[in-house]
Design a protein around this ligand. Structure first.
Ligand code: C2E
Ligand code: MG
Ligand code: MG
Length: 683
């Protein structure tokens, strides 16, 4: 964009000097610029700032409106600093004074290079979008074609349904599957709908490799590139003739143990949670029994797997025969079984039921003319007596089982002290009770850093206990006990109040607000007074809720989704941000979590530890980030300890990072010092 011919010539000469083969068009008003943009895919726009009847701003707007990513460099004799900055904000890539034209060449080279990188990233994203679609629908037969319906890829279900292997169909046209049952008009309408709406679905008759004609439910969608051109079609279909059968079969495989035909661990979790709901409504108790077979491994090793398998089948039958109809028996894996005994008036009411289960093992098992005796060990925990979340209940029963085995007992009920070593726990409990009054808790803060800019954009508050002579105790050692004793409620309130006050102190020092993240344990999150408590602390500390982030775990959300929704919505309304902590260690899925108003996903450090060396972890992180971004969640990676990890996360477009490489958790005074470093705090 240049009206003075001399200047245009100088600019072009400068570019040719750098070895560019310049194919150019010189324009100086809106119409000619629009026409030029429409006609060709330009690599670069160089624009004057002052033009008669037209301006640099307008030129920039037209370029951006064209929807293409073209670097835009201003070359001006007279642009003032303010306008130049405004132009850069509006999306210009650089500005160069005419009397300093030597800068043009390096700026051009840099911008062309960066534009190429952006193009490559967009292409890679397009690939991933495609791949993600394939995997998401993988129970269906899936076929991907190019824009002219030539088959590029099919999945295993495609092969299972049609009988064609991938190698037999690649490169061929989709119509190879046609059954001849539809007329030309049918296919014409199909393509017309597909091209107009980008998708078609309906019932269609196709032919398998063996000649059999079958009905399928087919969905075809068009995949377009950024410019709106169709690049691929994706077809997903289910075989309607077998649909019912297949569905039932898959359900069974997913939820039942193949050997014993008992519910598996997954289904047991679902069923136990249902029991918990009923127990809540009825005000009674449900026992969780974790049972394993004492000599089983030895029998399996000496007599062989076939005997072992038969034994497990018999055990399963005996267990099922010795419980009440409403009880649930499941195989958790190996020689471990899980039982849910609901509708108990009291925990003691479980006694006769447990005795009957043990009694089921009194007689020997008969396999291949042998008599085998087995003794079970059981760990028992109760809902709601021992904990109010499923995961804790399950963990407690397992802990109790370990104790039963250590002590050679048949069954043990869970006791709080089991988790914390048999002795000393009472001392610790008393000491914790006094710690709050004695002001022994303190908060450390660990910075979170924006990957792109390197600036601090958050601090996570981490609790420490300064226990007299014993020195500093880490949260892993005392938070479980705080949870079990309920002390986490007052301590958590203290943490929130201190964190809010500190947030305002560092923000005042920095001259900008850097939010604080506070961890909430499952027990805190389930507390019915949580929102009220938060409101109180926010009011008292005059804290802006938008600068507070609460970190919760997946299980907090999973255990009572309805209540979680209420609490999260209340936080969301106030502007408080919610992060899912340690993501990937639970068993919830992103698609499940997307129903909840969440803002941030923190990838657990176990995934970060081995990247970029571990291919699986690389793939997991890659997928988490893409999916999270699609759900509008910001992604924070935890536990970043090396430069390689940081580089990797940068490449994966992770938003923020936290870890020893960036900064360790530190007390407030240290944090102030740390923030002094030029790269950390100040803009
Ligand atoms: P978290 O929320 O996942 O916190 C991150 C933990 O990772 C912290 O451990 C931190 O010191 C550690 N960490 C950070 N960067 C690195 C790294 O680069 N490498 C390694 N190896 N570790 C790193 P910390 O302080 O021991 O806290 C442990 C857990 O205790 C926290 O995990 C959180 O779940 C819980 N917690 C801490 N403070 C509180 C609190 O005030 N309330 C509640 N309810 N839980 C808390
Ligand atoms: Mg955390
Ligand atoms: Mg974490």
């Amino acid at each position: 964009m240049e009206d003075a011919e001399d200047d245009a010539v100088l600019t072009l000469r400068e570019l040719s000097r750098g070895g560019f083969e310049v194919h150019h068009r010189c324009v100086h008003d809106a119409d000619s610029l629009r026409a030029a943009l429409a006609e060709e895919a330009w690599d670069l726009v160089i624009s004057d700032y002052h033009l008669p009847g037209f301006s640099g701003e307008q030129a920039l707007e037209l370029v951006r409106a064209s929807g293409r990513d073209i670097p835009f460099i201003i070359v001006s004799g007279a642009i003032d600093q303010e306008s130049a900055v405004a132009m850069m904000r509006a999306g210009a890539h650089d500005y160069i004074m005419k009397d300093n034209l030597a800068r043009l060449l390096p700026a051009t080279e840099r911008e062309l290079r960066e534009a190429a990188v952006r193009r490559a990233q967009r292409a890679a994203e397009a690939d991933l979008r495609l791949a993600a679609k394939v995997f998401e629908g993988s129970i269906e037969g899936i076929v991907i074609t190019d824009a002219r319906a030539h088959i590029l890829r099919v999945n295993q279900a495609f092969t299972a349904i049609t009988g064609y292997r991938e190698s037999e169909v690649i490169g061929r046209r989709m119509n190879m599957l046609q059954s001849g049952r539809h007329d030309e008009a049918f296919y014409r309408t199909l393509w017309q709908t597909l091209n107009e709406r980008g998708a078609w679905q309906g019932e269609i008759w196709n032919r398998r490799k063996n000649g059999e004609v079958f009905p399928e439910w087919l969905t075809i969608s068009a995949v377009s590139d950024a410019a709106g051109e169709v690049t691929h079609y994706i077809g997903g279909f289910t075989d309607l003739s077998q649909q019912k059968q297949a569905e039932e079969h898959i359900q069974h495989l997913m939820y039942y143990d193949a050997l014993t035909d008992l519910p598996n661990r997954t289904l047991f979790g679902v069923r136990f949670r249902q029991c918990m709901q009923r127990t809540r409504a009825a005000g009674d108790h449900t026992a969780y029994v974790h049972l394993d077979l004492d000599r089983f491994i030895k029998i399996n090793d000496t007599l062989g797997h076939s005997v072992g398998d038969q034994l497990l089948q018999q055990v399963a039958r005996r267990l099922a025969a010795n419980v009440r109809p409403l009880d649930i028996v499941a195989r958790l894996g190996g020689d471990e079984f899980g039982l849910a005994l609901p509708a108990l008036i009291s925990p003691q009411a479980a006694e006769p039921l447990l005795e009957r289960i043990v009694g089921a093992f009194a007689k020997p098992f008969r396999i291949a003319n042998r008599e085998l005796f087995l003794v079970p060990s059981m760990g028992v925990s109760f809902y709601p007596d021992d904990a109010d979340g499923f995961e804790e209940i399950a963990r407690y029963a397992e802990t109790a089982l370990q104790h039963a085995k250590q002590q050679g007992a048949t069954s043990r009920h869970y006791q709080c002290s089991m988790d914390h070593g048999a002795d000393g726990s009472l001392d610790m409990e008393n000491a914790l009770r006094r710690a709050l009054e004695r002001d022994e808790f303190c908060l450390f803060y660990q910075p979170q850093v924006d990957v792109a800019s390197g600036r601090v954009n958050g601090m996570e508050a981490l609790l420490r206990w300064e226990r007299g002579d014993d020195g500093m105790v880490m949260p892993g050692h005392f938070i479980p006990l705080l949870e079990d004793t309920g002390l986490i409620i007052p301590v958590g309130e203290w943490v929130l109040r201190r964190a809010c006050a500190d947030q305002q102190r560092w923000s005042a020092r920095l001259g900008r607000s850097v939010p604080v993240a506070v961890n909430l344990s499952p027990r805190q999150f389930r507390n019915r007074e949580l929102v009220q408590m938060i409101d109180g602390v926010l009011a008292e500390t005059h804290m802006d809720p938008r600068h507070l982030e609460l970190e919760i775990t997946e299980s907090s959300v999973m255990d009572d989704p309805e209540f979680a929704m209420q609490t999260l919505s209340a936080c969301h309304e106030r502007g408080i941000h919610i992060a899912i902590d340690d993501f990937g260690t639970g068993y919830s899925s992103l698609s499940y979590l997307k129903r909840f108003p969440l803002d941030v996903l923190k990838i657990d450090r176990s995934f970060v530890a081995e990247v970029p060396a571990d291919g699986d972890d690389v793939a997991i992180i890659d997928t988490i980030i893409i999916m999270a971004h699609r759900l509008n969640l910001r992604v924070v990676a935890e536990g970043v300890e090396t430069e390689e990890q940081l580089d990797f996360l940068h490449r994966q477009r992770c938003d923020s990072v936290q870890g020893f490489y960036l900064g360790r958790p530190m007390p407030l005074e240290k944090l102030f010092e740390w923030l002094q470093a030029p790269s950390h705090g100040t803009p």
